[in-house]
Design a binder for this molecule. Structure first.
Ligand code: SF4
Ligand code: SF4
Length: 459
């Protein structure tokens, strides 16, 4: 389905790209979508639920927060499942809607097209003026325009770097880094500037290369798209043979494309969509808008370039979702159900009890046997918890070697103890031992392990 792009690579070699300023209905929609996404992106680390920020991805301390729920390394299985859901969702989404994410929701594109590019248009003018300015000598006007642009780019990159760090190290720590003396947060201060320059470099110089070369998702398109995927495409059956209106004398044989080149001029990745679906197309829909304007002017129907699937263009088959997409959706649903039930069952206090290595059992007098255990309690909340640790069977006794009664917030507690059982209750060599953690009068966590003993009467 993907066409080997001859023009896209050419476009990349001809950097920098000067895309013409887009306009139109879809562009207006993209602007509104980007405003909502910006609001979410910038406010998310500063909004709190239960004292925890809405989203935190602290890889250094291995702490992750989503909508107030704290996830620790002990929740790795949930993390793995969430990643699986994400991958299946991406596959499912791409098979049905192509690379829509890239053009409409990816932070790289929305910052590039809706912030940096628009500032460039505002300061330097449209594509032709930008190129003229770049090619021209260093006059006072050029220095002022370039200096002003790069200064604003740097400020915005600084804001993005701060927000990025708020997601990574928490907004509370970020505020401390900003408000407290630099000497107290040298590494934090350096990180802010390091990321500022990274974002500045990406949005000022690297630009569309992130989408066309670096991003692995873009490279996956060739595998994921099929003839039924909806993508931004040129309706060649309607558009060809293309030709400029005035040159073509035979109106009847002419296709609708007037070869004005506007769709190429607005393309931020410098490709010609008329050559087929290409890896470099981020589905930004700028070419749809520009072509629709042309169609309106020449009195032809809209959507010579539009959201189509190849089956529709080639054979005019009505759109229907591919069977394999239903398969992906079903798998996604099942994995999501498993994930939801695990989240629902997830305990805020996680208890692990393991038998101490190198020990089997100890005889305690003539009528009792004990096993030695180590327990670890993990508090996944942001409040300290007073707790009691006890065996579920009230006939069992505990003799603590190392005891704790308070779990620090987001911390752990370690216990070492003997579980003592009466021999007359032991019928088997290996039986279950269940422990409970009680906090505020409720059982907040349980853990099961094994108890070994020689049952009475056996040798
Ligand atoms: S071909 Fe059209 S949709 Fe694709 S990147 Fe270029 S302008 Fe955007
Ligand atoms: S904008 Fe439309 S009419 Fe103009 S060259 Fe592109 S496809 Fe043809």
């Amino acid at each position: 389905m993907l066409t080997k792009n001859k023009s896209g690579n050419k476009g990349r070699d001809k950097r920098p790209v000067y895309p013409k300023k887009p306009s139109g209905k879809l562009y207006t929609w993209r602007k509104w979508v980007s405003y909502v996404l910006f609001l979410f992106l910038f406010s998310c680390p500063f909004l709190k639920i239960n004292g925890e920020q809405l989203v935190l991805l602290n890889f250094i301390e291995r702490k992750f927060v989503f909508f107030g729920l704290i996830f620790t390394p002990q929740d790795f299985y949930l993390f793995a499942l969430a990643m699986l859901i994400f991958i299946i969702f991406i596959v499912c989404f791409t098979v049905v809607l192509g690379r829509l994410w890239c053009g409409w929701a990816c932070p790289q594109t929305i910052f590039m097209e809706m912030v940096f590019r628009r500032i460039e248009y505002w300061i330097e003018g449209d594509a032709n003026k930008q190129k003229k300015l770049d090619d021209g000598p260093w006059t006072a006007e050029k220095i002022a325009k370039k200096g002003g642009k790069h200064f604003i780019f740097l400020i915005i990159s600084f804001a993005i770097a701060n927000t990025f760090l708020a997601y990574m190290i928490s907004s509370d720590l970020l505020i401390k880094i900003i408000t407290e003396p630099i000497a107290k947060h040298i590494s934090g201060f350096m990180s802010i500037w390091l990321f500022t320059f990274i974002f500045y470099g990406v949005f000022t110089y690297v630009r569309e290369v992130v989408c066309t070369v670096i991003c692995p998702y873009g490279r996956l398109q060739g595998v994921l798209l099929d003839n039924q995927s909806l993508v931004v495409a040129y309706d060649f059956t309607r558009g060809e043979p293309r030709g400029r209106m005035q040159r073509n004398t035979n109106e009847e044989q002419k296709g609708d494309c007037v070869d004005c080149g506007l769709c190429v001029q607005v393309c931020p990745t410098a490709i010609d969509i008329r050559k087929g679906t290409q890896l470099e197309c981020v589905n930004c829909t700028a070419c749809i808008d520009s072509c629709n304007e042309v169609m309106l002017k020449i009195g032809k129907p809209k959507n010579l370039i539009g959201f189509f699937n190849q089956d529709f263009i080639a054979e005019r088959k009505p759109y229907k979702i591919a069977l394999k997409s239903y398969g992906y959706a079903a798998v996604l649903l099942v994995v999501m159900m498993v994930f939801s039930s695990l989240i629902y069952k997830r305990e805020n206090i996680q208890t692990t009890v393991l038998r101490a290595s190198g020990t089997l059992y100890q005889n305690r007098g003539t009528d009792k046997t004990s096993n030695l255990y180590n327990a670890e309690l993990v508090n996944k909340t942001n409040k300290a918890v007073k707790f009691t640790f006890r065996p579920q069977d009230s006939a069992d006794e505990i003799d603590f070697i190392q005891k704790a009664t308070v779990l620090p917030k987001e911390g752990t507690a370690h216990l070492t103890f003997f579980l003592i059982r009466k021999n007359n209750s032991l019928k088997k060599y290996k039986t279950d031992a269940v422990f409970e953690v009680i906090a505020n009068g409720e059982v907040v966590s349980t853990a099961t392990t094994s108890f070994f003993a020689q049952p009475e009467g056996s040798e």
